[in-house]
Design a protein around this ligand. Structure first.
Ligand code: PBG
Ligand code: ZN
Length: 327
């Protein structure tokens, strides 16, 4: 007997308890990472219009947020800095007194049981908004590498547990690994944004960080959304260069890539549910067109089901609360 009526898949959906028992995917707050934007100053909480619920925070407020995250069992927080001044080289990225190192030191002290991640890139710090320095109108790959390595070492020194280069320059993972080891930070992990697509889903983030490129676009360094085989190549190169974790970004529209890399690479796989993915949910929820809570859990479940071990998400606080309420 191989079919109906002997076989009835509905039997295993009959009660909440049996559904919970056969559930194949479970969300865990410990696997979530909350992004936060930090600025200089004190008492600052400057809302970001396109990212409801998120604000540019001075370090005292960032510490409060980190406390809330840890209280909900969230695994980590990833910091992005918005400096007071920008220049063509992005020198603010490795200023030990910049917003990110200062917030890292404060959070490390106040909230020791959170994994501290620091995004490593130059675009928040360059006056032209590109992820590396310019040579004419080209983004100079090799000139970016020492700057990225220097920034990573400054973040490690300030207390970052994980540095996460998001610039998409070739060779940056090796440059950062070598730099960290030379400075005595051999235990600080590198999570490579190995597979980062040139995506329109980053729009709200660029408002938040004031980091939209002043000319051109990021198509010469971020990946073409059409490419899947190239994602494998990027990921394997970064594994070779010494990455400890590999990231796919954005997450929701690239779940085929997440699945493919999960099946091929045994490092922890991170997916970044980016600002535009969040903004679309918030916009539709504000109009009453979707059920926000259910969409948050369903979107994250999809990302984890497709193979992500760790998810960076602006919904981390809400998701952790919803996961707790469910269990
Ligand atoms: C910086 C960086 C970006 C994001 C993370 N790191 C923006 C970009 O590449 O333009 C996007 C995150 C998001 O949209 O939530 N390189
Ligand atoms: Zn960048």
């Amino acid at each position: 007997m191989t079919g109906f009526p002997a076989v009835r898949p509905r039997r295993l959906r009959h009660t909440p308890t049996i559904r919970r028992m056969v559930s194949e995917t479970r969300l865990d707050p410990a696997k979530l990472v909350l992004p936060a934007f930090v600025v200089n100053g004190e008492g600052i909480e400057q809302p970001i219009a396109s990212m409801p619920g998120h604000a540019r925070l001075s370090l005292d407020r960032a510490v409060d947020l980190a406390r809330r995250a840890a209280g909900l069992g969230i695994g980590g927080i990833i910091l992005f800095g918005i400096p007071d001044d920008k220049d063509p080289e992005g020198t603010g990225a490795w200023d030990p007194d910049g917003p990110v190192p200062r917030a890292l030191r404060a959070i490390k002290n106040a909230v020791p049981d959170l994994v501290l991640w620091a995004d490593v890139c130059l675009c928040e710090y360059t006056s032209h908004g590109h992820c590396g320095p310019l040579r004419g109108t080209e983004i100079d790959n090799d000139a970016a590498l020492p700057s990225l390595a220097r920034a990573a070492a400054v973040y490690a020194d300030a207390g970052a547990d994980v540095v996460a280069p998001s610039d998409m320059m070739d060779g940056r993972v090796a440059a950062i690994r070598t730099g960290l080891d030379a400075a005595g930070y051999e235990n600080i992990a590198v999570c490579s944004y190995a597979v980062k697509y040139a995506s329109a889903y980053y729009g709200p983030f660029r408002d938040a960080a004031d980091s939209a490129p002043a000319f051109g676009d990021r198509l010469t360094y971020q990946m073409d959304p059409a490419n899947a085989r190239e994602a494998r190549r990027e990921a394997l190169l970064d594994v070779d260069e010494g990455a400890d974790m590999i990231m796919v970004k954005p997450a929701g529209p690239y779940q085929d890539i997440i699945r493919d890399l999960r099946d091929r690479i045994d490092l922890p796989l991170v997916a970044y549910q980016v600002s535009g993915e969040m903004a679309m949910v918030e916009a539709a929820a504000a109009r009453g067109w979707i059920d926000r809570d259910r969409i948050i859990l369903e979107s994250l479940t999809g990302i984890v089901r497709s193979g992500a071990d760790i998810v960076i998400t602006y919904f981390a606080l809400d998701a952790a609360r919803l996961i707790q309420e469910q269990s």
